[in-house]
Design a protein around this ligand. Structure first.
Ligand code: SAH
Length: 258
């Protein structure tokens, strides 16, 4: 028997984790869209863009756990408790997160809480900020002959500035998408330089990816921390990537000098 493409969620307490993508409505998957339409309640993060929130039917109540009532940023335990409390009434809860649900989204903590309470769940993944940022600068995240691996790293973890394999990341041709890296930009810059990364290594900052106020700042390892300090919105730092137009411009310059 053929399974329908979007089988309805079973009756009773149920949570669907939904990835909202980085901002634009066009980056929401159809599966995510349907999960939102079919929810009784939506619990969302601060990073979910207004375009996606506007797609939620007005009769569906929504709780912003990135805002007041829950404090500036809700404690994870409070979010877990809210998920369980609402789903336990028999409601279908959509837990809407920015980008992809499985990248720096604390998905496992929430799943564990649901499992502990015996509540069923499903996951609708989303486009992560790095994918959409790379597309915005006309680059791919991997490239034959340049990088056979992509690292997705955080600048910040529970202990503060996150330690990474700086030595590996400092190699020419490496590509990393650094999330939550604004505050730790100077630390990252210092660690990479210490490991011998070239000061001219391309770095592109993409702020407010796929939103009306998206900004692309093309710089180098030498200048990126100063540029990161100017950012106000969420940003992805693409280490080892320059916007394609800039790459072409640089190769023209080199040709002219040759
Ligand atoms: N789950 C998200 C990441 C959440 S961690 C995803 O897959 O995209 C939060 C970090 O993600 C931010 O500090 C920033 O580095 C990045 N981020 C999320 N949304 C973004 C956006 N619209 N523009 C730029 N960076 C974004």
């Amino acid at each position: 028997m053929l399974t329908p493409p979007n089988p309805p969620a079973p009756r009773g307490p149920f949570v669907t984790f939904v990835g909202a993508g980085p901002g634009a409505a066009q980056h929401l998957t159809l599966g995510a869209y349907h999960a939102l339409q079919g929810a009784d309640l939506i619990i969302h993060d601060r990073l979910v863009g207004p375009e996606v929130l506007a797609l939620i039917p007005v009769h569906i109540p929504r709780i912003d756990v990135g805002k007041e009532g829950f404090g500036k940023q809700a404690a994870q335990a409070d979010i877990n408790a809210a998920l369980i409390a609402h789903a336990s009434t028999g409601a279908h809860v959509a837990r809407l997160k920015g980008g992809d649900t499985g990248i720096f989204g604390r998905l496992d903590e929430e799943i564990s809480a649901l499992e502990g309470a015996g509540i069923a769940y499903a996951i609708q993944p989303g486009l992560t900020a790095a994918s959409v940022a790379a597309a915005a600068i006309g680059q791919s995240l991997t490239q034959r002959g340049r990088n056979a691996a992509l690292r997705i790293v955080t600048g910040h973890d529970m202990a503060g500035f996150a330690d990474q394999d700086w030595r590996g990341l400092a190699q020419r041709g490496e590509v990393a998408a650094i999330y939550m890296g604004k505050k730790s930009a100077r630390f990252i810059q210092g660690r990479l330089m210490m490991q011998g990364a070239g000061a001219d290594t391309p770095v592109t900052l993409v702020e407010n990816v796929s939103r009306a106020d998206q900004r692309i700042i093309a710089c180098t390892l030498a200048t990126f921390a100063a540029n990161a300090a100017q950012l106000a919105g969420p940003a992805v730092i693409l280490l080892g990537l320059a916007p394609r137009a800039a790459t072409q411009h640089i190769s023209h310059l080199q040709e002219a000098q040759a």
